[in-house]
Write a protein that binds this ligand. Sequence first.
Ligand code: ATP
Length: 365
Amino acid sequence: MASITLNHIVKKYGDGFPAVNDVSLDIADGEFVILVGPSGCGKSTLLRMIVGLEDITSGDLEIGGKRVNDLAPRNRDLAMVFQNYALYPHLTVYENIAFPLRLTKGQYTDTEIDNRVRNASALLELDEHLDRKPANLSGGQRQRVAMGRAIVRQAQAFLFDEPLSNLDAKLRGQMRTEIARLQRRLATTTVYVTHDQTEAMTLGDRVAVLRRGVLQQVASPRALYDQPVNLFVAGFIGSPPMNFLPGRVDGTDLVLPFVRVPLDDRLRAAIGDRELVIVGIRPDAFEDADVVAQDKRGSGVTFDADVDVTEWLGSELYAYVPFETDAAVQQQLEELDRELDGEGMRTQLVVALDSLSTIRDGDSA
Ligand code: ATP
């Protein structure tokens, strides 16, 4: 096992905008780090540079404290699991898993190979399928064979490139848990690329958020959710996404499009001497006022809302609440939209509730 250090890594294809732009990141020995970001943000390019499938334009890459920029992929001792599994269709499960060991031509005896294949397949519950060909396996089993191939090598680190994206939602959930369990058990340094929120938030010790090749924030899932460093991270992490609203300070209140909020110390500290601000409110920060009143708990700011659409998900309910926008608010929303590449402008709130007890005449709460 080994640490992986990226020092001011840049990747340029031709003369274009850098696909990876000055990324520095320390991944500790045994750590599980997720690279996440929208399509084209450079996460696969970064992973491919670590594994050696892509040249590094500038910067230093160290594995286990040694600079490896110029080391061939096979000499980096890393195991990569791809999205399409890259299994050999004509080989059995056993031979697919054994393949990386046979490639080393004589480094392992047949007995050693057999031991390793059997240990890996027991760990992955593939023992009963060792004689099958990939065509006769389910998607999840194929995924496990691909992981088996990474495990037998006992490489210094595992690199995953969207390994679950070809699986259906249920299987993805199961495999996600299996990967988490496996990584904890083997404690192998792991870098995992995904654009899936849930994978990013549940799998890793730390999550690195990329946008247009630039690292935005590296933090634990909880810290990303609670203390995003900028609008992009705030809007990208969390599903349904955070609501962004224009706010204006008016005396002792903050005026939002649908309600006035008295300024407390925390809000004052965050706002400083600004007059116009963007306010981010997570959907789960809202509660049904009737439920709060019945429970006789807490105090907050109450407002009347016309609920446009509701979506019930079993454990919670999403309510969509349109709000009026005057010209000034509209302008601020449009600016926000530009800043967030079209992700920001919303003229309705998304509110996540345990229940909506007071839908009156089907449209108001
Ligand atoms: P996705 O989630 O869609 O796979 P990604 O975040 O993994 O996206 P990359 O595949 O790393 O993104 O691509 C980053 C940028 O580099 C993109 O703008 C892409 O078009 C560009 N790019 C990737 N490979 C090449 C290449 N071989 N030649 C030129 N440009 C490339």
